[in-house]
Write a protein that binds this ligand. Structure first.
Ligand code: HQG
Length: 181
C-alpha cells in the first residue's frame, strides 16, 4: 500500500468510524474542520499537509470524501458507523439496482433480506460491474438484483450519497432477485 493509500484509509476510519481515535468531533452531519483534522492527525503522529489532504480528496478512487463549498470542512460521503445524519435528499432510483455480496451470506440474506450490518444503510450500486467489485472484496462475487419500484410503492425511501452509492435502511427478501443456480 502506498503512503497516500494508507492516509486515505486512516481518513476514512476517522471520518466514518473512529473520530475519537484522534480526538476529532464530527457535527450531526458528519462534518469536521479541516484545520482541526490536520492538527489532530499530526498530534497522533500522522502528518498530513493541507495540499496532501486536498489530493487525497480529489484523487480518491471512489470519491469517499467531500469538502464543504468553502473548503474549510470535510466529511466522508458515506459508509459511517457513527451516528450521523448526512441530510441526503430522498431520490427516485433507477428501476434496477445491484448489491454485490458473496455466496456464504446468501442463505442468511434469503432469510433476513439485506441488513446494514455495522453501517447505517445497505449499499446498492447503479451498475452490475460496481456491485461485482464490491462483492469481490470478499471473494467470488454474487450479484443480487433489487427491483426498486415495488420498494417505492411500499414506502421505502432511497438516498444517494455524493459519490453515487444508493442507500436504503434494509431490503426484505421478497424484493430481491437471486442468481439462478
Ligand atoms: C452482507 C465499500 C448476512 C452484505 C464498497 C455485505 C461499498 C448480509 C456485508 C461499501 C446480510 C456487509 C459497502 C444478511 C447484508 N446476512 N450478510 N442478512 N445483509 N449482508 O462492507 O455492501 O471502500 O458493510 O452483502 O465499495 O459490502 O468502504 O457492505 O457483504 O460501497 O468506500 O454483509 O463499502 O466502499 O458489508 O460494502 P459492508 P458492502 P468503501
Amino acid at each position: 500500500m502506498t503512503n497516500s493509500e494508507q492516509k486515505s484509509k486512516l481518513l476514512a476510519r476517522w471520518l466514518r468510524h473512529r473520530p475519537d481515535a484522534i480526538g476529532l468531533e464530527l457535527d450531526r452531519s458528519g462534518w469536521t474542520d479541516v484545520s482541526d483534522l490536520l492538527v489532530k492527525s499530526a498530534g497522533a503522529g500522522i502528518s498530513i499537509t493541507r495540499d496532501e489532504l486536498l489530493q487525497l480528496v480529489a484523487g480518491n478512487d471512489k470519491q469517499r470524501f467531500s469538502l464543504s463549498e468553502d473548503g474549510t470542512r470535510i466529511r466522508a460521503a458515506q459508509g459511517h458507523s457513527v451516528d450521523v445524519d448526512l441530510k441526503m435528499t430522498v431520490r427516485t432510483p433507477p428501476p434496477v439496482l445491484y448489491h454485490g455480496t458473496v455466496e456464504k451470506f446468501i442463505a442468511s440474506i434469503r432469510r433476513q433480506g439485506l441488513l446494514p450490518g455495522t453501517r447505517r444503510d445497505v449499499h446498492l450500486s447503479a451498475t452490475k460491474q460496481t456491485a461485482e467489485e464490491v462483492g469481490a472484496r470478499r471473494g467470488s462475487p454474487v450479484v443480487l438484483i433489487v427491483e426498486t419500484f415495488p420498494l417505492l410503492r411500499d414506502g421505502y425511501q432511497f438516498r444517494r450519497s455524493d459519490n453515487g452509492v444508493w442507500l436504503i435502511p434494509n431490503v426484505p427478501p421478497k424484493y430481491l432477485r437471486f442468481p439462478n443456480k
